[in-house]
Write a protein that binds this ligand. Structure first.
Ligand code: AMP
Length: 398
């Protein structure tokens, strides 16, 4: 059995064909600049090892054309008949979805109703669903939501202290994101520790261009650093994370900025990029800080400060802290960020095995805490495509 996983962005379509059991990937790739001049598609055959790569332009450059090209490739590889279902990443499921769902007209409508909550992401997700349902009309399609895993958060964690009707009329609450990744790495961490997930309290830190931490007790989300939108919480590549909610009003008055301008700056010109004045790329920041760049050093300091503070906060939502889990591009690769963050968590009794941490680079994964650490620290490689493929299989099996 093969599952086709699709992740459609505002001008891109990421795809992967994989076996939900083994995770073996037969085909993957990315179509970019959809709807713009110079649309392109990259196809990698044979997975992560030594993929055979082709790159082509997509003349019309629509989602439909990108999906058609993927379909033609499945035919060329002779695997079209093995595809059992299509799994779609959907960013916002609001309160309507606490689990993945078979896509029906009603489910599509419910995703559409969440567009105001994710005006950039959900329309793109719907465009991908539409194109794929037309092309693969004989297959079941499943929506896997970034928010669903966090629907187990209790009201104390998800409600903002704002007028109640903002919640009841407009859905103003915390939703949490990166749920697919937090759920996947929590399960993997339990497996690596040889423990029953039901008895574990974990703080999972998904640290990539977007970053969030979650409190996972007994395999269920109890808290997330992300809120109504993926802008809240940690410092990210270009996103500010937490700011004072009075900031918009202040900037509107003092800098004559409009609300959309402020929101755009908080999403695209802030975070590591804003602080450093240099880049949103952690690798480049580490190198620049090493060469004495003051902005890069500040960005790193602030990133670690906020992250450690949030990890501490998340432990208050657990019964007990058994392990801290690092994942995402930064969490999996930056031994420096891990070392500096855990050094800030002495109050929690966490200590690293420095050589295990330093050796854990380039996606190895494993335990990096010292033997006398009060809780474990681990690096776990996230695999959102595999999780989406597995959830798609579960939904299709019923
Ligand atoms: P992601 O969004 O999960 O792909 O993560 C992207 C982030 O991971 C970027 O900030 C990269 O600079 C960072 N990253 C990837 N590899 C490394 C590395 N070896 N050291 C530090 N940061 C890394």
């Amino acid at each position: 059995m093969q599952i086709l996983v699709l992740n459609s962005g505002s001008s891109s379509l990421k795809f992967a064909l994989l076996d939900p059991e083994s995770g073996e990937t037969r085909l993957s790739g990315l179509a970019e600049r959809l709807g713009q001049a110079g649309a392109r598609i990259r196809l990698d055959q044979g997975g992560a090892g030594q993929p055979e790569r082709t790159e082509e332009s997509l003349s019309g450059g629509s989602y439909a054309e990108a999906v058609a090209r993927v379909m033609a490739e499945l035919d060329a590889l002779g695997v079209r008949e093995e595809v059992a279902a299509v799994g779609h990443r959907v960013v916002h499921g609001g309160e309507a979805f606490a689990a993945s769902a078979l896509i029906t007209p009603e489910v599509e409508q419910a995703i559409r109703e969440c567009v105001p909550l994710a005006p950039l992401h959900n329309p793109a997700n719907l465009a991908g669903i539409d194109a794929a349902r037309t092309a693969f009309s004989d297959l079941p399609h499943v929506a896997v939501f970034d928010t669903a895993f966090h629907q187990t958060m209790p009201p104390a964690a998800y409600r903002y202290a704002v007028p109640e009707h903002w919640y009841t009329d407009y859905g103003v609450r915390r939703y949490g994101f990166h749920g697919t990744s937090h759920q996947f790495v929590a399960a993997e961490a339990a497996r690596m520790l040889g423990r029953d997930p039901a008895e574990l309290g974990l703080v999972t830190a998904h640290l990539g261009n977007g970053s969030s931490v979650a409190a996972v007790q007994g395999g269920q989300s109890r808290d997330s650093s992300m809120g109504l939108t993926p802008l809240e919480g940690l410092i990210m590549g270009t996103r500010s994370g937490d700011v004072d909610p009075a900031l918009h009003d202040y900037l509107a008055r003092e800098a004559s900025l409009t609300l959309p301008e402020i929101t755009a700056a908080l999403n695209r010109e802030s975070g590591l990029l804003g602080l450093s004045g240099l880049t949103n790329d952690m690798r480049e920041l580490e190198a620049a800080a090493g060469e004495g760049h003051a902005g890069a050093a500040l960005a790193l300091d602030a990133y670690v400060h906020r992250l450690a503070r949030y990890i501490g906060a998340m432990t208050a939502s657990l019964d007990r802290l058994d392990a801290l889990v690092f994942t995402g591009g930064i969490g999996e690769n930056s031994s420096l960020v891990r070392a500096r963050t855990v050094a800030r968590l002495r109050a929690l009794g966490l200590t690293l095995d420095d050589s295990a941490n330093a050796a854990n680079v380039r996606g190895q994964g494993g335990v990096i805490s010292a033997s006398d650490s009060r809780a474990a620290a681990l690096v776990v490689n996230t695999n959102e495509e595999l999780m989406i493929a597995r959830q798609t299989r579960e939904v299709v099996r019923g």
